[in-house]
Design a protein around this ligand. Sequence first.
Ligand code: ARG
Length: 581
Amino acid sequence: MPDPQHVLAARVQAALAAAFGPSYADADPVIRPSQFADLQANVALPLAKKLGRKPRDVADEIVAHLDVANLVSDVQVSGPGFINLTLSDAWIAAEAQRTLEDERLAVPAVEKPQKIVVEYSSPNVAKEMHVGHLRTTIVGDAIARILAFLGHEVVRDNHVGDWGTPFGMLIEHLLDIGEDAAARGDSSVSDLTAFYRAARSKFDGDPEFADRARRRVVALQAGDPETLRLWQVLVDVSKRYFNSVYERLGVTLTDDDIKGESFYNDLLAPTVQELVDKGIAVVSDGALCAFPPGFTGREGDPLPVIIRKSDGGYNYSTTDLATIRYRVDTEHVDRMVYVVGAPQSLHFEMVFAVARMAGWLGDGVRAEHAKIGNVLGTDGKILKTRAGDTPRLAGLVDDAVERAGAAFDEMQHDEEFDKATRAAIVEAVGVGAIKYADLSVALDSEYVFDLDRMTSFHGKTGPYLQYATVRIRSIFRRGGIDPGTATGPIAIGHEAERALALKLLDFGAVVAQAGETCEPHRLAGYLFELAQAFTAFFENCPVLKAPDEETRASRLALSAATLRTLVTGLDLLGVPIPERM
Ligand code: ARG
């Protein structure tokens, strides 16, 4: 990795080996940010303990063996034994130049590409998507984009909830109101919340209907063709709805990525059989259960994963086990990332544990739950509408676009926009605001869905970052220059140029780490810091009116590198970028 932290780490390790012997070549040099220099190496303190020497002496000895050539311009030992390292301006400039010239902005492709399933969105058929699905969809899409950019083979997987007992009542309700209503796109069907509620209330209040619904479930599970056809009608209505959401949000999922729960239906029985054959599933209280070690209830009693209910039916866990088995045996994946709400974490821990017992996980196949935290209202409670319902996703996006419009109209603009252009910009700002807000906090943290804050053009927001790219583009437009022709050379003359160039060098390491840990918020945070560094640069260093030709060329090149990094990074997050605003 060519970023300062890794390059310095390698130099300090070489010094450790030279000073204390080759066995220290792999020691962690403990590189940290420093107040007094670019970075600090803190290895002298733990090492001194180990060697039984004074930390300051150890630090001095490391410094004596440190090869600073072409990299470090100043080394200071401070405090008990911190080694403060200042990078040379020439090195920073040369690396920034290399980044600018590199098609991938010096983001290295992984050495060993893996086949990675990223499972995300996974809404339920015949139900409206809610704000929880919004976040898993947005975060999952960013993870998929980042992993693909790093060179992995990414399999996007939308594990739609399209099977199970509710379909009995849903199909009967569809028959009651008439199938042609679905074909017409009638709102009695396309308003999924109302459709589901109507079916539910009939099921609860009308014994004859409930009876029909139960028989319908049996027919569905038996594969009755007419029942499957009706089921497909419902699935198709929902898919149209999901796709409209994905399109509006710029999410990369397509119909080809859908592998719903129904896909695994035929694999449930063989999966259960394998667990029985391996002695993992045993009968307990009439149900077939697995008891993964280490999971106990309050009384210390072992907790079961129910694999087949006492009535013979399979459940959510059975499907997830069949899914893992299929991905390992048939798809041969190396890694699976489940981008699903945090409340399901015990479910996944236990399912993974059973899969390990069966030998499907382990030995080079990794499964992880990227736990998505709850979205809260401004009152700090789970987001609800005034009527106490879970808010509809489309309504939230509409609200964000409306606020974005108000914030946009308050701003000073260099040009007039016609109605259609304004609408397109404001849509991108509203969607970008929601997406960036979802991505900018650690994915397992809860966050407050505060539209005023999210749509603000100030602070750590999507609109601020979008505006940063627009501002850079406008420099080039005013100068009549194509950013692609701003090739430098980059030179460092001003403190703000140095800080900006240094920031640019971190992009590759940040993207790599965001992919490795499935934490897009690291990239979101980095882009904000980069935009801030650009703002400071722009306020201190005139670009088009630079004092001389060389400085102008360098500053244009720094601006071009920043623009490309922001655009690439925002694209990896899936945040749309208007060209003007
Ligand atoms: N459909 C589920 C829900 O809306 C999420 C599915 C998560 N994925 C899984 N493999 N269980 O809550």
